[in-house]
Write a protein that binds this ligand. Sequence first.
Ligand SMILES: Nc1ncnc2c1ncn2[C@@H]1O[C@H](COP(=O)(O)OP(=O)(O)O)[C@@H](O)[C@H]1O
Ligand SMILES: [Mg+2]
Length: 412
Amino acid sequence: MSRDIHAIGLDIGSSHVRCVIGEAADGGKMNIVGIGEAESKGLRRGIVTSAEAVSDSIRKAVGDAERMSGLDAGAAMVNLSGEHFRGENKAGVVAVAGVGREITEDDVSRAVESASAMSLPAGWEIFSRLPQEFIIDGQDGITEPVGMSGARLESLVHIVIGPSAGRQNLEKAVRRAGLDVERMMLEPLAAAESALTDDDKEYGCALVNIGAEITSVMIFGRGAVQHTAVFPFGSLHFTKDIAHGLRVSIQEANKIKHDYGCVAAFLMDDEERQQVIEIVPVGRSESRRLSKEILCDIMQPRAVELLQHIAHEIAKTQSSIPSGVVLTGGGSLARGMVEIAEQVFDAPTRLGFLEEDYFGGLAAEIQTPAWATACGLALSSIRSQVREQNSGGRSPKRKVAEWFENFRERFK
Ligand SMILES: Nc1ncnc2c1ncn2[C@@H]1O[C@H](COP(=O)(O)OP(=O)(O)O)[C@@H](O)[C@H]1O
Ligand SMILES: [Mg+2]
């Protein structure tokens, strides 16, 4: 396996910028060879508010990853997030012409283009075109139409749209930090790349990425994205509730959340509920005491509310998700989040750790769902580079699968 294939995943979040440098390893794995993390400045709900501040955070995270790996970063896969993203399922149809009416790559491109013909709000653009399936002369469920015979080719495509300015400003901030943008990828799609198995995507599951200010949801089924939604709330809302409820600073509230927070009271026994936390209210020098139970009383209703919004969105789509719900992002790490989510969703729920089959090297150092996006970005780049490099000697079936994957990449 060619060890000279490298990739840089750059996850620019509202609370942290994370950078992962990976190299291609045997068995389709990626070895993580460099990691870097910086506190994020200059972003609000995924949108750049100060390019200079964002660039500084990027420089720091990328610089640390470069030093660790001994490699120079050139171009990075960057995540896209923002509260305005919207996913829609569209259908397109084209007539297949030519000798023997054999479907060509060009026909497939035209069919996807045809599905993408939509009127967009001013200043908006299409970010992702993710083919779901193709239908040839009424026969559905086809993932690889090239080479098949038919006269009428229909496409079902999941299209994600959003405002252009957010993407452009993010790109500028990355370039300002001295990096090129290899490609941009929606945050939940990147997180899914590292935390979901092919079976999860095939049988159906929902990936829920809980960030600081934004929570994004992507529903997978039949190997493709079926639904995308973004909510303008995240883990920072817990911090704000704590700050407000206990009259402490945001910094203190964040520390209390991390050190003692719990969003599922039933996980604590009586003794733990009565355990005392000392807090220092704003403008006071003496501390105050409260029980862990009171802290949980502040956090749990907020967690339930947040999860109910998501559960409602999933229910609305009438998707079947036998593989359950997978939580990623730093917000998923709050104690009790999985347990309470399992109740609200009434579906098996787990944390989206990095899939062991996909990652090697330093993976153990960052084995948390907070790193799923950064690792997924790098992995996605490695996978496309490996696919591009591998030519010849493959089984036709594999070739077809690779073609379809690369085709999807082209339309992201
Ligand atoms: N152990 C934890 N318990 C509770 N909240 C946590 C924990 N770890 C991280 N968080 C929260 O997760 C959020 C950051 O998640 P992250 O995915 O990095 O966000 P973003 O992508 O928006 O930068 C912060 O609000 C942080 O307080
Ligand atoms: Mg994030």
